[in-house]
Structures are given as C-alpha cells and as structure tokens.
Write a protein that binds this ligand. Structure first.
Ligand code: GRF
Length: 216
C-alpha cells in the first residue's frame, strides 16, 4: 500500500513537482493525495492541478491567529486521509500543537546543511560566511524552526564566482533529488526516528569525501 502524502506549499512548487514526478513511478512507495496552499495564487497549485491532484487553499489571512488556521489545515488533512505531510516551501511557522499532532509524520526541506543557516536568506549567509559547501536538508519537523531528525542531506560545492542566484539554483537541483528520496525512505518504513536522529535500514552511504577546492 502506498502511503498517502499531502503537500503544503506557499509558492512556486518546484519541490512539489519533483515529488509529483517521483510518485509517478510504479514502485514509488507514496502517492500525493492532496496539495494545500496558504496562498490562493501559489503557482504550485497549477502544477498539482495539471497532475490531476486535488488542491485546497487554506488562506491564513482568513483566520484570527495560528491555532484556528491550523485547525482548518487539520480538518482538510483529515478529510484527505493523509498519513504523511510534506512541507515544500510552506512559509508559515507551525505551532508546537500542530507539530506534535504530526510528530514523525511531518517532513520539511530546508536549503542549507542544517544545523548551519536555519531561517531565511540561507544562500546569502552561506556566501558571506565563506563556507566551501552548501546544500539542503530533509528532516522531520520539531517545534523549533528548521530543527528535527535529519533524513537526507545533499551537499553542493560553492564556487568562487557564485552569487546568491547561482548558488540557489545549484542547491535547488539537489533539493529535487533529496526530497523524493527522503519521502521514499519514510514512506517505505526504512527511515526510523531514534531519539534525535534517523536510522535508515539498508542505506548505502556514498564512498569517500569531496574536497573544495578540488585541487590547488
Ligand atoms: C526551497 O528552496 C525550499 O527548500 C524552501 O523554500 C523553497 C521552495 O521552493 N523551504 P519551491 O516552492 O519548492 O520551488
């Protein structure tokens, strides 16, 4: 049985698209049953509709505060039978109550190698810090922002001539591979939360290391 996944978005939806494409594979262990946006004009809603996936708008502006907004989200999620919830560029902070309701069933993607650079403007901050690698992290969500047991990370090198846009584009490519992998690991039951970390059954780690700059 494929796991039923709902995806929460706020905008462009390129990670949603990557999940949609992965879920088209016959052997993929998850199916996207619903997409919810808090913005009525999110481009990702059209991507979902084009793929024949049902969508809802739960506009945070229509609610007085986070709890009623999240109650409406939960009502939608319950109606769709979602077993896993993926945040994909969902730009609302969630309360501890919501996060705990979905504990170990709520996944987020963040465009940095956490715990480095949580929050916004990650690429500008990585460039300013002069780090040699950037990347993305897919993790289970905990109440503290951009925090929680890490499922998958992907690293990309930072190049001397990178600006924010160039780095963001390189990281985004990695996101589009990391998110479908992480969801497959969770949906198939291979990824298990153990304390503050995730153990993955039968995972093959990549060999060796990357050095940046690669040579002098
Ligand atoms: C991605 O960089 C994601 O990591 C971050 O927000 C961005 C969303 O992009 N949380 P998209 O809407 O998936 O194209």
């Amino acid at each position: 049985m494929k796991k039923k996944v709902a995806v929460l978005i706020s905008g462009r939806g390129s990670n949603l698209q990557a999940l949609i494409e992965a879920a088209r594979e016959r052997d993929y262990p998850a199916e996207i049953v619903h997409v919810i946006s808090n913005h009525p004009d999110a481009a990702g809603l059209e991507r979902a509709a084009a793929a024949g996936i049902a969508t809802s708008v739960v506009d945070h502006k229509g609610y007085r505060g986070r709890e009623p907004f999240e109650a409406a989200l939960n009502e939608r999620l319950a109606a769709t039978g979602a077993e896993l919830v993926c945040l994909a560029g969902f730009m609302r902070l969630l309360t501890a109550g919501f996060v705990n309701t979905w504990r170990d069933r709520l996944i987020n993607i963040h465009p940095s190698l956490l715990p480095a650079f949580p929050g916004l403007d990650t690429h500008a901050r990585a460039l300013a810090a002069g780090v040699r690698f950037a990347g993305c992290t897919v993790h289970f969500v905990r109440a503290e922002m951009d925090n929680g047991p890490i499922i998958v990370q992907a690293a990309v090198p930072i190049r001397p001539d990178d600006d924010e846009a160039a780095l963001a584009a390189r990281v985004l490519e990695a996101e589009h591979r990391a998110y479908p992998l992480a969801v497959a690991l969770v949906a198939s039951g291979r990824a298990r939360v153990v304390g503050d970390t995730v153990a993955i059954d039968g995972a093959a780690p990549p060999a060796g290391f990357l050095m940046n700059p690669a040579g002098a």
